[in-house]
Structure formats: C-alpha cells, structure tokens
Design a protein around this ligand. Structure first.
Ligand SMILES: [Zn+2]
Length: 420
C-alpha cells in the first residue's frame, strides 16, 4: 500500500509540474504593466523613465524594457509621472459626532492619495466606532492619530483636562498597533501644558509619535518651549506655516526656534487646512531655506473648497514656492511613511502593495490660493491621471487604463450596470 501511494505521489508530482509549466506559458506573469512613465520613487532613488509591473496587487518589478508579452494589460504612460501612492498624514474623516469629516474615498484617489491618517478627530472612546464605520469600510488605507481628549475633537472638550487620560489613550493605541500611529494634541486653549504633556505621556507608553496642533497661543506657551522642553525627536509639529504661533517674527523673518526645533529632530508638517497656510509665512520660511518635512492637507469640510482644495493642489502650491517635483513627491511619500513608522509604505519596493499615483505635470499660468484667499502665480500644476490601490484602478481621469467605447465589452442585460 505504501508503494502504491508512493508511485501515485510521484505521478501526481510530475503531472502538477507539467501543469505548472503550461500555466507559466499561458498566463502572463504581470497583471498590469505601466510603460514608460517618468518614475519618481525617492526611497529607492529612482528618478527616470522606466517601467513598473504589478501582479496580485503588489509591485512585481521596476526596470527598463519590461516585456509587454509578460502582461495581461499594458498602459502607455509616456510623458507622465508615476509615484508611490501619496500619504496624507493630516485629514479629518470621522463624520460623527462632529461634522467636519469627509468620506475618505470621496477625496483620496482623485488626488493620488492611497493612505490617509485621521489627525485626532477621534479620541479613544470613539475610536472603535470610527474603526467600524470608516476605517474598515474604506478602500483608502485609513490610519489614525488618537486625540488625547477621550471625547474626541471639537466636542466642547478640547480644554477639558479631565478628559486627557494618557493611560487610557495609550491602552487603545496598544490595542491597535500600526493602525493608531500617534497621539494628537489639538486646539488646546487653557492654561499650561496638559494637552501636550498628556499626549507625550501616552506616546511614551505606546512608543508612537505625537502630532501637535498648537492651538491658541498664550504667553506661557511658546514654540521655543514646545520644541525644546516638551516634544521629543520624531514628534510632529503640524500647521508649520500657519503663522499663528510666531513661526514668523514681526520683522518678517523666520523664528529661529523653527530651525532649533528641526536640529532637535522635531518634524515639520504642512497641515494646510482652512486657516493654517499663508504665503507670507511660507515665503519667509523658503527664503530661510526652511522647507516642510511632509505635506498634508488637513482636509475637512472647512478646507476642501478653500485655498487647499486637495493633496495634488497642495503639492503644486509648494512647487509655486520653489520646491521641485522630486521634493514634493518625497514630502508626500517616503517622508510621511517614516514619520508614522510605516516604512513599508510610500515606495515602489518589489513586494510592496501596489499603491501608485500617475500625474500629468501641466505647464501654464496657474493661480494658487492660501488660507486667506491670497493668490500666488505658478507655472506647474499636478493633475492626477491614474491611481491604483492594491493594484486596482481606483481613479482614471482620462481612461488611460481602459478601452475605447467601440471595443468595450459591455455586458448587456436587465439591470446590468454594463460594466465588464
Ligand atoms: Zn486638523
């Protein structure tokens, strides 16, 4: 019986090997081949025209002259820029209990964003509900900074010190490692430092960074003290070009505290928002060669129709200030990925989830607004052509990855949406 079983196994092994060979011959190894885009992948120091292949939702290969015969589908991206899917580390996508959040998928893909980090809309008490209703139901990868205020942001508790329970916040963060990527201190207007201090305490327990929206400036709370005495290297100062906290001095020069903070290892994040990005602040910073480490939108119902608009527009605004395309791609891919301790994101490593953005760099006369509505001229605007999430097309502005309607294989039937 043993012998018979052995023979059978050997026969089966031979048969399955030949089947595998046949399979290899008939099935292309790539699901999609993106040909001839100018690929910018700052983590891997790629900045040239080359090809990117995707298989099973992951990056399969990046290199010159990948063969179209190896792919089920080939998309010609000649003249366009291909980058890792963008990471926006400051958005508001919790719609309840407050009304400033927007649905992630409604704003992410059309702007090349594949990962969003909610910046402390939710405190620990609301987090399970946020996870159930938004994080788990979105195609966009949604991560979170947890507000140090248990009851969530703008629920009338931003100054309520009794709500700032560092241990409880850290416990929730440790329950969802990788999903809760940091603690947020936001909008504090009371005395002293309880908001920042409790956020840092929770960050220390859970080994995650703190993001600070410095709230309302008071005499005893300056950015000097914040950077030098309160925050740790790797903590994030968002709204870095807001100007509300003396980031720029009355003389028009950049506050030296900014450079000192950077030397200590504080991260400076844009957090454009509805009231946190002004040309006179950004211009002074750029004149002092002080650039943001990361670009984020602070997307919410109060910023999306103002100067900010979306992530691609925010990148274009910094290009109008003088940043190169390579700079703004770095600031929205590998840099934020490292800031939130997710080094596997924001790059085109072989084996990484195939989160990809493709842009047209339009040349012309464009206008870019700050949070006050003041205009600055620019000659480049990034237009999001294609976005892939896990290898699937989730945004296709000009139909680059699809077929002409005359050859499109419509499924025709009652109540059929006529898709393929
Ligand atoms: Zn915000």
């Amino acid at each position: 019986m043993k012998l018979v079983a052995g023979v059978f196994c050997a026969l089966f092994a031979v048969a399955s090997q030949s089947f595998a060979r046949l399979e290899a011959q008939s099935t292309p190894k790539y699901d999609i081949l993106l040909k001839s885009a100018h690929v910018i992948d700052p983590k891997n120091r790629i900045d040239k025209v080359t090809d990117v292949a995707v298989a099973n939702g992951h990056i399969a290969s990046v290199g010159d002259n990948l063969s179209p015969s190896d792919a089920k589908k080939v998309v010609d991206l000649n003249g366009l820029y291909l980058t890792p899917g963008l990471i926006d580390i400051h958005v508001h996508v919790v719609q309840r209990p407050i009304g400033i959040g927007v649905p992630p998928d409604a704003f992410s893909f059309r702007s090349g964003v594949t990962t969003m980090v909610d910046a402390g809309t939710s405190g620990w008490r609301e987090f399970p509900e946020f996870k159930r209703t938004v994080i788990d139901t979105s195609k966009t990868r949604v991560l979170a900074f947890l507000n140090i205020v248990a009851a969530s942001m703008e629920t009338g508790n931003d100054d309520n010190v009794a709500e700032m329970d560092a241990d409880a916040a850290a416990r929730m963060a440790l329950q969802y490692p990788g999903l809760i990527v940091g603690i947020k201190s936001a909008h504090y207007g009371g005395h002293g430092w309880p908001s920042v201090e409790n956020a840092v305490k929770a960050g220390n327990i859970a080994h995650i960074p703190v993001m600070v929206d410095f709230g309302y400036l008071r005499g005893e709370r300056s950015i000097d003290v914040l950077f030098n005495e309160k925050l740790r290297p790797g903590d994030i100062y968002t709204h870095c070009f807001a100007g509300h906290r003396k980031e720029v001095l009355d003389s028009g020069e950049l506050n030296p505290a900014m450079e000192q903070g950077r030397k200590k290892g504080i991260i400076f994040d844009l957090g454009f928002g509805g009231g946190s990005f002004y040309w006179f602040v950004a211009d002074a910073a750029y004149k002092a060669h002080f650039y943001p480490d990361s670009i984020s939108t602070d997307l919410h119902t109060g910023s999306m129709n103002g100067g900010m608009k979306d992530m691609a527009n925010s990148l274009s605004e910094l290009m109008a200030l003088g940043s190169s395309l390579q700079d703004v791609v770095r600031m929205s891919t590998v840099a934020p990925a490292n800031e939130i301790h997710h080094p596997e994101l924001g790059n085109l490593d072989v084996g990484a989830e195939a989160d990809i953005a493709v842009f047209k760099l339009a040349n012309g006369q464009f206008g870019f607004l700050d949070s006050a509505g003041a205009r600055r001229s620019g000659t480049n605007r990034l237009v999001t052509e294609l976005t892939f999430r896990k290898g699937q097309v989730v945004w296709d502005l000009d139909g680059l990855a699809t077929e002409d309607w005359k050859s499109f294989p419509y499924k025709k039937g009652p109540n059929d949406p006529y898709r393929k």
